[in-house]
Design a protein around this ligand. Structure first.
Ligand code: PLP
Length: 474
C-alpha cells in the first residue's frame, strides 16, 4: 500500500512531468478546479498539491491568471514551509492553550540562550539617543505627567509617522493615525472594529501565533489560507475561498517579512490581493510589524499603497525596529478610523506621552535612517551566520528559509522530528525555541522551528546550536 499522502503523490507526478519537460517553464499549470475534476480529489488536496510545488520552487502564482511553471530556484535558496494548511472553515482557532503552555513553560525555565525572541539584541537599539530625548522632553515640559494626551496620540509623532510612510508610497494623514500599545493593540482594535464574535477571519498559514491568540480571544473563527516563502499568501486559494459559501469578514496579512515565513509579497500580488478583498467586501488588515527591517535600500510598497477602497486597515509597530520596552505601534484604519478611535478610547485611552515625544524627536531626524541602515546590515550578517550554524549542526535534510531582512528563520527539520519534543528537551538545558506547531491550528508545522537571530553570533550561540543538533540526533 502506498503510504505517501495523496497530495504528495500528485505533486511528485507533476514534478516528474516538469523534470521530463512534458510541462515547460512558462506554461500555465492546471487550475485547482481542473485538478479536482481530473484526479477526483478535494479542494484541499488540490490546493496542497500547488502549495507543495510552490515550495519546490517550480510553480508561481500570477495575479489574475493562475499558477505557472517556473524555473526552480538553486538549491542554495531553500524554501520554508512545505506542508499545506487546512481549508477547514468554521473552526475556532483553539491554539490558545498550546501557545500559553509554551509561553508559560518558557517563563518558568532558566533560559540561557533564547532563540524564540523576534527582537534584536538590546545593544542594537538606539537606547542612549532615546534616553537623551526623554530627558530633554521632561525638561521642556515639566507638566508632562500631570496631563493626559489625546486618544489618538501625540500629533508630532503622528506627523513623523505619516511623513515616513510616504517613503513606502503609503499615503496616510496624521489626523487618521492612532498611536497604540504596539501592533497587538492595533490588530485587536482593527478586528473589534470590523467583526462580531462568531465571524470568520482568514489568515495566512502558517502565521504569527499571537494573531491566532487574538482571534481566539475575540471569539472569531479562523480560516487558514496557504502561504509560501516565495510570495506569501496563495491568491488562487484565497480567491477560491472568497468565492465559496463562507462569508470572510476580514483577512489579516503580513505582506513584508512574514512571521514566520519571511516572505515578501511581489507588488503584483499585493495589488491583486487588495483588489480581491475590495471585490468581496472583505476588510484587509495589514500587519506591517517588520517592514522597516527589509534589507533593500528602496522601501517596499505596503498593501495600503494599493488600496483605493479605504477598506484596508494598516497596523504597524515600533517594537521590533526601535525600542521593545516602549510598546509603541500605530494604526491607520481608513474608513474605520472613527470607530477605531472610539474603541481605543474605551479600551485604554491615549498612550502615555513621554515615550511618544522621545521617539518622534529621534524618528524625525536623519539619525533614524542611518540607524536602520546599520541595523539591517547587522541583521543580514547575523542571519547568515545563524543559517550556517544551523545547517552545520542540524540533521541532514534540514532546510532554512532565506528571508530578505528581519530577525527570523523558519527551519524545516526532517519530517520524523517533533519540534515540540525539541522545545521541551531544549528548555530543560536552558535553550528556548519556538516550535512550529503553534503557528497554525493544524499539525502540519510540527517539524518546523522558528529561530530568532536578533543577537550577534557568538561561541555561546554556536554551542547552543550544537546542543540542539545533539538533541535532534538522540
Ligand atoms: C507579525 C507580528 N504582528 C504583531 C506582533 C505584535 O507586535 P507588538 O509587539 O508591536 O505588539 C508581532 C510580534 O512579534 C509580530 O511578529
Amino acid at each position: 500500500m502506498n503510504t505517501t499522502p495523496l497530495y504528495r503523490q500528485l505533486a511528485n507526478h507533476y514534478l516528474d512531468a516538469i523534470r521530463s519537460g512534458t510541462l515547460k517553464t512558462g506554461e500555465r499549470f492546471p487550475s485547482i478546479r481542473l485538478m479536482m475534476e481530473k484526479h477526483a480529489v478535494s479542494l484541499s488536496t488540490a490546493v496542497q498539491v500547488c502549495r507543495e510545488l510552490e515550495d519546490y520552487g517550480v510553480l508561481e502564482a500570477r495575479p489574475r491568471s493562475g499558477n505557472y511553471i517556473r524555473q526552480p530556484d538553486t538549491p542554495a535558496k531553500p524554501t520554508a514551509s512545505s506542508l499545506p494548511p487546512p481549508l477547514d472553515t468554521g473552526a475556532y482557532v483553539g491554539i490558545h492553550e498550546q501557545v500559553s503552555a509554551v509561553l508559560k513553560a518558557s517563563q518558568r525555565a532558566t533560559v540561557k540562550v533564547n532563540f524564540a525572541s523576534a527582537y534584536c539584541a538590546p545593544q542594537l537599539y538606539p537606547i542612549k539617543a532615546l534616553q537623551d530625548n526623554m530627558i530633554k522632553a521632561l525638561r521642556q515640559d515639566q507638566h508632562l505627567f500631570e496631563t493626559t494626551g489625546t486618544t489618538a496620540g501625540n500629533i508630532a509623532l503622528r506627523n513623523v509617522l505619516a511623513r515616513r510612510a510616504l517613503t513606502s508610497k503609503t499615503h496616510v494623514s496624521a489626523e487618521r493615525i492612532v498611536i497604540t500599545n504596539g501592533a497587538t493593540e492595533a490588530i485587536n482594535l482593527a478586528l473589534r472594529a470590523v467583526t462580531s464574535p462568531g465571524d470568520t477571519v482568514a489568515v495566512e498559514s502558517p502565521t504569527f501565533y499571537g494573531l491566532l491568540q487574538i482571534l481566539e480571544s475575540l471569539n472569531l473563527r479562523v480560516l487558514e489560507i496557504p502561504a509560501s516563502s516565495h510570495s506569501g499568501i496563495n491568491l488562487p486559494a484565497l480567491q477560491q475561498v472568497l468565492l465559496g459559501p463562507e462569508r470572510i469578514k476580514a483577512l489579516i496579512v503580513i505582506p513584508n517579512l512574514h512571521n514566520p515565513l519571511g516572505s515578501i509579497m511581489p507588488d503584483a500580488n499585493k495589488a491583486r490581493l487588495v483588489q480581491l478583498c475590495a471585490e468581496h467586501d472583505t476588510v484587509l488588515i495589514e500587519d506591517d510589524t517588520y517592514g522597516d527591517l527589509v534589507d533593500s535600500e528602496q522601501p517596499l510598497s505596503t498593501l495600503k499603497h494599493w488600496d483605493r477602497s479605504d477598506n484596508l486597515i494598516y497596523c504597524a509597530s515600533l517594537n521590533k525596529t526601535l525600542a521593545p520596552g516602549m510598546r509603541l505601534g500605530w494604526i491607520s484604519a481608513g474608513k474605520w478610523h472613527d470607530r477605531v478611535e472610539m474603541l481605543k478610547h474605551t479600551q485604554s485611552r491615549g498612550c502615555e506621552a513621554l515615550t511618544q515625544l522621545a521617539v518622534s524627536a529621534f524618528m524625525g531626524t536623519p539619525s533614524y535612517e542611518r540607524y536602520l541602515r546599520r541595523l539591517r546590515n547587522t541583521l543580514a550578517q547575523q542571519r547568515l551566520q545563524m543559517s550556517i550554524g544551523i545547517l552545520r549542526n542540524f540533521p541532514p535534510g534540514t532546510r532554512v528559509s532565506t528571508p530578505e531582512g528581519g530577525t527570523l528563520l523558519w527551519v524545516e527539520l526532517p519530517r520524523e522530528h517533533s519540534s515540540m519534543a525539541l522545545f521541551q528537551a531544549a528548555l530543560n538545558v536552558g535553550i528556548q525555541i519556538s516550535p512550529g506547531g503553534i503557528f497554525s491550528n493544524d499539525k502540519r508545522f510540527d517539524h518546523f522551528v522558528r529561530i530568532g537571530c536578533g543577537a550577534p553570533y557568538s561561541p555561546k550561540i554556536d554551542e547552543a546550536l550544537q546542543t540542539l543538533g545533539r538533541l535532534l540526533s538522540l
